[in-house]
Write a protein that binds this ligand. Structure first.
Ligand code: KE4
Length: 429
């Protein structure tokens, strides 16, 4: 049996940084990433046979927990009939119909293979629809790694402290305006100054890539008002929040209807599947109907669609999201109470089944406040929890996730492990 460290050393021989996505490399927290071999329900097992309760869930997709029998069976059955055809299948229609039923703002939906593809395509569509170039995003929000979006972005870019990426031409970046999240004055001023040049505003309706930041009261409604007034397309990036914060996603939870939405993660149940969609008059500009080109060899892949349909079937069950939110709330309240008992500056909050943990006295409301979190304290917490068999995101700038497989007892064990850590921290002083 190889250790995680041995596997990590071997991986770095032919994979940059030994990982296929940067945030997995543990660079923000140190140490060797865990190489997982199996997941079942709320648990994952690493190469050394150690079990962990999983609060990452593959960054959100595993809302049912790992290897849910109905999802696995659906994927296996689809795979046995063929892995891909590059031609339409009835299952894709079933998924598009379901998405449009569950997301009233979606009149047409296009399936793709990743959240990056979904947001990149939605932005190109908005630019094609409006004939404008300027894109507005928000500092600390992450929408995948297409060039236009790697400007003051969150997630891995925040984790590594360089919120904009090398390799993005200045001539591309100049078409992206990054504003402070939750800053109504900055938004109003930007629209006053150049509103008629703005093709689209893309926003995480609940930010999950600078840890969790809730939309300030009225912020999403203001976005809707400003974009409607100036003929700009409002894109809700629900790749993370979609079917995670509520069955009706963030747009239903907050009662604000975007023009376009992007989805990913949960809708694939762990398989590569994402989607963008929205108003018919906009979506009809997409090829082959209209002049905005977008394509994909594996778009609507039958195995991924089967896993997605099986997942979306489960999350529609009565009480599903109430239970998910209750588990996330139990975790946030329990760990916060433990920190308070030991005088540790800590707070936590959840929205539905996603949560944020912050090493500061109060929950942050914007990017600047998130940046005051004690990342060293987070790193110590992360490793203590890892040691005790609780796997949290290896970065202070990522949201966490519970699954339907997490029980109250599972959550209580995480709270007890956190209490033990906070007590030890206090002794160290
Ligand atoms: P993907 O291309 O990684 O499927 O989706 C990009 C994306 C788009 N929009 C939002 C709101 C997202 O959160 C993401 C991806 N999320 C990160 C986690 N913060 C994926 C993890 C990773 O990069 O490895």
């Amino acid at each position: 049996m190889s250790t995680n460290a041995e596997l990590f050393a071997r991986a770095q021989k032919h994979i940059p940084g030994g990982v296929n996505s940067p945030v997995r490399a543990f660079r923000a927290v140190g140490g060797a990433p865990r190489f997982f071999e199996k997941g079942r329900g709320a648990r994952v097992w690493d190469a050394e046979g150690k079990a962990y309760l999983d609060y990452v869930g593959s960054w959100g997709p595993l809302i049912l927990g790992h290897a849910h029998p109905e999802v696995v069976e659906a994927a296996q059955k689809a795979a046995a009939d063929g892995l891909s055809f590059g031609a339409p299948t009835a299952a894709e229609t079933e998924l598009a119909d379901l998405l449009c039923r569950l997301v009233p703002s979606m009149e047409l939906a296009r399936l793709v293979s990743s959240g990056t593809e979904a947001t990149m395509s939605a932005i190109r569509l908005a630019r094609g629809h409006t004939g404008r170039d300027l894109l507005v995003k928000f500092e600390g929000c992450y929408h995948g790694h297409s060039d236009s979006l790697l400007v003051k972005a969150g997630s891995g870019l925040l984790t590594f402290g360089n919120p904009s990426s090398a390799g993005v031409p200045a001539d591309t970046a100049r078409h992206t305006l990054a504003l402070p999240y939750n800053d109504a004055a900055a938004l109003t001023e930007a629209f006053a100054r150049q509103g008629d040049d703005i093709a689209a505003v893309i926003v995480e309706p609940v930010a999950g890539n600078m840890s969790l930041i809730a939309p300030a009261p009225g912020f999403l409604a203001l976005l809707r008002e400003m974009t409607a007034r100036h003929g700009a397309v409002l894109i809700f990036d629900e790749v993370m929040t979609g079917f995670r914060v509520a069955l009706e996603s963030a747009q239903g939870l907050f009662g604000v209807t975007p023009d376009l939405s992007t989805f990913g993660k949960v809708i694939g149940g762990g398989m590569p599947l994402a989607a963008f969609g929205g108003k018919r008059e906009i979506m009809e500009k997409i090829a082959p109907l209209g002049p905005v080109y977008q394509a994909g060899t594996l778009s609507g892949n039958p195995v991924a669609v089967a896993a997605g349909l099986a997942t979306l079937k489960q999350i529609q069950k009565p009480g599903f999201h109430e239970n998910l939110a209750a588990r996330a709330r139990q975790l946030c309240q329990g760990v916060t109470a433990a920190a308070q008992r030991h005088g540790v500056a800590f707070c936590a909050q959840n929205i539905g089944g996603m949560f944020g943990l912050y090493f500061r006295a109060s929950c942050p409301g914007n990017f600047a406040e998130v940046m005051t979190c004690d990342t060293a304290a987070f790193g110590r917490f992360f490793h203590a929890m890892l040691e005790s068999g609780h796997y949290f995101a290896p970065s202070a700038f990522e949201a966490g996730f519970v699954s339907a497989a997490h029980t109250e007892a599972d959550i209580d064990s995480a709270i007890a492990a956190a209490e033990q850590h906070f007590a030890a921290e206090r002794q160290v002083g």
